[in-house]
Design a protein around this ligand. Structure first.
Ligand SMILES: Cc1cc2nc3c(=O)[nH]c(=O)nc-3n(C[C@H](O)[C@H](O)[C@H](O)COP(=O)(O)OP(=O)(O)OC[C@H]3O[C@@H](n4cnc5c(N)ncnc54)[C@H](O)[C@@H]3O)c2cc1C
Length: 379
């Protein structure tokens, strides 16, 4: 594994930093309307598409570019926490599904629209509880007169209140399918945005489909035998891992800069040994999580079975480390950190979600154990 980034990769990181620097601050998005958030997200999608970020890594490139992509995602996540998640659900998850499994002109149009940043997308997967892991999907389509009629309900869908396009995961002909719905489709209803503990700038909602009628070309039907649900979860895991790395990057930088500049008792607080120890522990956790994340995506490209298990390990480690690093940063920042608007305060709240979303920490631990004992099918 080569740890050096090419000049081209460094240029992309720099471009992402400049784009993220122009995005509204997390605290400004907190109370913003859906329209304001939609405008900020559309602007970011457009500029990221121009920089080549949205299309990166979706074509099953080499291992090296998987590491570049993880580092690029971490760069964006470190500076624009909520917009990063909204961008990724639109492109790296829904856009990726279309890039991987799309066929025909309608699906090509969707893929292009999402990956060129023209549209906001959402992926509606979760139903009641962790049912993707625990129960069969209850969202089901049936064929009627050359069309498909779909009914079902989904919870906690990021971007749902602002999305132009929603990919709803369900069953057709007893196999997993993604039903592609335009925002105004008859029978599709979106709840009011669900208030959340963290990620102040995302807007998510519940989605209900009441006999929505779609042309057949609006159904993405991956080849039989494809582990669709596991792959979608895996892509979410990659996003949430990058989100956790971004949180650690931001919280560490904030605490380090504060420790050097803030004086207490006549000296900068970095001079207190316990503050230095905390920073060194935070940096160790951050860098270990980063290396494990890079190794996981690197391995995944050539060894899917080993890579999938490494992604679970890396996701559990990074998301738990993010809570710890943000928590330690808050201890160093003290009163300054506890005020709304601190990067560490927002990271501390957001970190909790990264442990729940994708594969949850609990389910991941069970799967990692199964894999180690040789019980697991691989994904
Ligand atoms: C902020 C946020 C954004 C989200 N965005 C999206 C989105 O864009 N699209 C989408 O489709 N979904 C999204 N979700 C849903 C998310 O991915 C989870 O699927 C959902 O939150 C889990 O359901 P639950 O909260 O009811 O947990 P429950 O299933 O009720 O789990 C409760 C507890 O039991 C544990 N548990 C459950 N099953 C097992 C098992 N088999 N083995 C071991 N432990 C288990 C869990 O780990 C957890 O600790 C989002 C959720 C949140 C909070």
């Amino acid at each position: 594994m080569n740890y050096d980034f090419s000049e081209e990769a460094e240029k992309l990181f720099e471009a992402i930093r400049s784009i993220a620097a122009t995005a509204p601050a997390e605290e400004d998005l907190a109370g913003a309307t859906v329209d304001t958030i939609s405008a900020a997200l559309r602007e970011m999608l457009k500029t990221l598409a121009g920089a080549g970020y949205l299309q990166d890594g979706l074509a099953g490139d080499a291992s090296e570019s998987a590491v570049n992509q993880m580092a690029a995602m971490e760069t964006l996540a470190g500076q624009a926490r909520s917009l990063f998640l909204a961008v990724e659900m639109s492109t790296r998850v829904l856009g990726r599904a279309l890039a991987r499994w799309g066929t025909g002109a309608t699906q090509e149009q969707w893929r292009e629209g999402l990956l060129q940043g023209q549209w906001i997308g959402a992926l509606a997967l979760s139903e009641e509880a962790m049912n993707v892991q625990n129960d069969p999907l209850a969202t089901v389509g049936s064929r009627k007169d050359g069309r498909v009629v779909v009914s079902g309900g989904k919870h906690y869908v990021i971007n749902a209140p602002l999305a132009d396009k929603i990919g709803v995961v369900g069953l057709l002909d007893d196999r997993p399918a993604i039903f592609m719905l335009d925002a105004g489709t008859e029978g599709l209803s979106i709840s009011e945005p669900v208030p959340t503990m963290g990620y102040d700038g995302i807007r998510m909602a519940d989605v209900t489909l009441d006999a929505c009628v779609l042309p057949e070309e609006n159904v993405l039907l991956p080849p039989e035998g494809t582990p669709v649900l596991d792959l979608l979860r895996q892509w979410e895991n990659e996003v949430l891992m990058a989100a956790a790395l971004g949180m650690m990057q931001a919280a560490f930088a904030e605490a380090r800069d504060f420790a050097k500049s803030h004086r207490s008792g006549g000296k900068p607080v970095i001079a207190y040994q316990e503050v230095g120890f905390k920073l060194s522990e935070m940096l160790t956790l951050y860098q270990t999580a980063q290396l494990l994340a890079y190794r996981a995506v690197w391995t995944l490209k050539d060894q899917p079975k080993e890579g999938a298990a490494l992604i679970w390990c890396a996701k559990v480690f990074a998301t738990e480390a993010a809570e710890r690093v943000a928590g330690d940063a808050l201890r160093i920042l003290a009163g300054q950190g506890y005020r709304a608007g601190s990067a560490s305060e927002s990271a501390y709240r957001a970190a909790k979600w990264t442990q729940i979303g994708g594969i949850s920490t609990e389910i991941a631990r069970v799967r990692i154990g199964d894999q180690a004992l040789g019980y697991a099918p691989g994904r």
